[in-house]
Design a protein around this ligand. Structure first.
Ligand SMILES: Nc1ncnc2c1ncn2[C@@H]1O[C@H](COP(=O)(O)OP(=O)(O)O)[C@@H](O)[C@H]1O
Ligand SMILES: [Mg+2]
Length: 309
């Protein structure tokens, strides 16, 4: 029997240890003490949960190990009532941990990841299920992309890729640059943040960066923190300003943006409205510590639009 979803989210959980209220940036030989701390699941968990809360039928293709971090992520998932049919459990530790020094407008990370399973949950999910959208919460250019894209095309799904990444560009002819070009080229919608768009293209001018990305992928959406977001399609650039919020932690803002954007996109709205939804969900998510601490529903977004739109 084929499982049916609006969106299949692929990618693993991580556990974010978020330190905030830090007076200064971390430095060697110095102990910087914060005034607040939160441990919450991050990475693909944020996308899956944020979409689920917005009423999207989500199949999260996720791998878990037998360690305490996997258990923490799994319990948090169960608290949210997410569908578990695409989960794969491994009889070994699969720890994915990130410590974040969080500041009002940005954050610094240190991270540890156990090795990924040879065949990740994403591939099994693509074989046994169907969805309108396959969502990758980061710039994935790994070996499995080719197989994945074949299945995505055969099943007529739309491939939406977030730009989450810390290295890589499309410049030059290195193997990595070629595979990143191919990855962006295989997406139907690509959603990096401004910093990623600049790094990937090597262009400091965001306007030029968007147009360059537009040569690889038909719809580019760029998240730009308190500046809101841009979209670029058929040579048309649209800017939608951010909402005005008292932002305290930007962890997961981009993932929340993408969830809000997709909710509106699935409902058939034009890009400008999708950006508006993204800005509201992304912006509201920054008003609490952690990527999913503030629960945002469609009703709240509609209410926000009614009073502020
Ligand atoms: N300080 C802020 N004020 C209002 N909205 C914000 C703020 N920071 C982020 N957002 C919203 O969240 C979206 C994603 O945030 P951004 O920081 O650009 O992405 P990422 O988390 O990927 O770095 C932005 O496009 C914007 O809509
Ligand atoms: Mg991001």
């Amino acid at each position: 029997m084929t499982l049916n979803f609006d969106v299949i989210v692929v990618g693993s959980y991580s556990i974010d240890l978020i330190f905030s209220g830090l007076g200064e940036f971390p430095q060697l030989g110095k102990d910087v003490v914060g005034t607040d701390f939160k441990m919450s699941p991050g990475e693909a968990f944020i996308s899956a949960v944020s979409m689920h809360r917005l009423g999207i039928t989500v199949g999260w293709a996720a791998d878990f190990g037998n360690d305490e971090f996997s258990r923490f992520a799994l319990n948090s998932t169960r608290d949210e009532g997410l569908n578990e049919s695409l989960f794969i459990f491994h009889d070994r530790p699969y720890r994915r941990i990130s410590a974040a020094a969080s500041y009002p407008n940005d954050r610094a990370f240190i991270t540890y990841y156990d090795p990924d399973p040879q065949i990740p949950a994403a591939i099994s999910a693509l074989i046994k299920s169907q969805a309108r959208v396959l969502y990758i919460p980061g710039l994935y250019s790994g070996d499995l992309l080719g197989v994945g894209v074949k299945l995505i095309r055969a099943k007529k799904m739309t491939l939406v890729m977030d730009g989450n990444s810390s290295s890589g560009d499309i410049l030059g002819n290195s193997k990595q640059s070629k595979s990143i070009r191919k990855a962006i080229n295989s997406a139907d919608i690509f959603i990096p943040n401004a910093q990623e768009a600049r790094r990937i293209t090597g262009e400091s001018n965001l306007d030029v960066a968007i147009r360059q990305l537009g040569e690889l992928c038909p719809v580019i959406v760029i998240k730009d923190g308190s500046n809101g977001s841009y979209s670029y399609k058929n040579n048309e650039l649209i800017h939608v300003p951010a909402i005005s919020v008292n932002s305290i932690d930007t962890t997961g803002a981009g993932d929340n943006f993408s969830a809000g954007f997709l909710r509106a996109w699935l409902d058939g709205f034009p890009l400008e409205i999708c950006q508006e939804w993204g800005n509201i969900v992304g912006g509201l998510s920054t008003t609490a510590l952690g990527g999913t601490t503030r629960k945002i529903t469609c009703e709240q977004v509609r209410k926000y639009l009614k009073f502020n739109g």
